[in-house]
Write a protein that binds this ligand. Structure first.
Ligand SMILES: Nc1nc2c(ncn2[C@@H]2O[C@H](COP(=O)(O)OP(=O)(O)OP(=O)(O)O)[C@@H](O)[C@H]2O)c(=O)[nH]1
Ligand SMILES: [Mg+2]
Length: 314
């Protein structure tokens, strides 16, 4: 994504605010731990525990610690700044190691069909609303599909977002077949010349076979109408659910072949290390992150902004 200086600073500010809890929990403790002292082996052990507590996961924590331990052995580690710089470098290398995200904003095929999925309450509908707002502010014509037909309230929630951001919503009644909604929505999006069709689905547990089959049916119906649709299959993950998300994401990936991840509620957790653990394990691009409930709180995931904000000093 191309960004000018002002946009970059704005994004950094959003990350600083959204990551406040993780920064206070992790970096605050790191600062207290090392303070003005020369790092010791015991300090490094405590640091590893702090990384695990922030949901980096044991394997990744160990991997991030290895260069620090090696430097300590060579007596080449003498202050907090060096510790933080080494951690930042390790984290950034992992975040930059995932495949580049497909760019839903600049793509030429019309409409781009994006399927959103994930477990209950992860933030799918809210994320779709925020993304629709972002896309239409950039000149896009967005259509939303209410393929969460499980509850009437789910359809109403999407309609509310549609009105709020000025996007048409295609839906049926509660209890309808989600694939039938998608069929109509693809047709409507094509005939209206929409740039994007965002499909909302019901939250489901990755262990429910029939519900995973339903997702595959949605995919089949969309691809019969438009080859390659849905162009993106995006899993929305609640960052506060911690490392459970890894198992869930693997199951969804097997079922539909995910193209990207969106992590929500980073503002609500002190365990933001999960972002790095997920990037490390799944090697799937994190396209956006949710840093709050407001319409502007969905931000593109820029590894440098994330890492700098994590270690920002006030
Ligand atoms: N703080 C915070 N809250 C969020 C964020 N994203 C979503 N939420 C909140 O999470 C709650 C659930 O969001 P929904 O969008 O309804 O989740 P969903 O995945 O569509 O839920 P189901 O359709 O029931 O599976 C709502 O209260 C949202 O406002 C975020 O980035 N930060
Ligand atoms: Mg929903």
């Amino acid at each position: 994504m191309i960004m000018n200086d002002t946009a970059r600073k704005g994004l950094f500010g959003r990350f600083v605010a959204g990551l406040a809890r993780t920064r206070q929990g992790l970096v605050g403790q790191i600062e207290r731990l090392f303070g003005g002292n020369i790092p010791t082996a015991a300090n490094l052990e405590t640091l590893e525990e702090l990384l695990i507590a922030a949901d980096f996961g044991p394997a990744l924590a160990q991997q991030l610690m290895a260069p620090l331990q090696e430097r300590l052995g060579r007596r080449d580690l003498s202050n907090l700044d060096q510790v933080e710089a080494a951690l930042k470098q390790g984290i950034l290398a992992i975040l930059n190691g995932t495949a580049p995200p497909p760019s839903s904003i600049d793509h030429h095929t019309k409409p781009q069909v994006l399927l959103f999925l994930g477990i209950n309450g992860s933030g799918k509908t809210t994320t779709i609303g925020k993304l629709a707002n972002r896309l239409s502010s950039n000149g896009g014509l967005v259509v939303l599909a209410g393929a969460d037909t499980f509850r009437a309230a789910a359809i109403e929630q999407l309609q509310l977002w549609g009105r709020r951001v000025g996007a048409d919503v295609i839906c049926h009644q509660a209890g309808a077949d989600p694939s039938a909604v998608v069929f109509d929505a693809v047709q409507a999006a094509c005939s209206r010349g929409a740039s994007h069709l965002l499909i909302d689905t019901a939250g489901r547990l990755h262990t429910k076979r029939n519900l995973m089959e339903e997702l595959k049916k949605i995919q089949r119906v969309a691809s019969r109408q438009m080859p390659d649709a849905p162009h993106e299959r995006i899993m929305v993950i609640d960052a506060t659910s911690g490392l459970n998300a890894l198992v869930q994401a693997k199951a969804f990936h097997e079922a539909v072949g995910l193209t990207g991840l969106i992590l929500t509620k980073l503002d609500g957790t002190a365990r933001g290390g999960v972002v790095v653990a997920i990037a490390d394990q799944l090697k799937l691009p994190i396209t956006f992150v949710g840093l709050g409930e407001g319409v502007d709180d969905l931000q593109p995931f820029v590894p440098e902004a994330f890492t700098d904000a994590l270690f920002a000093r006030s």
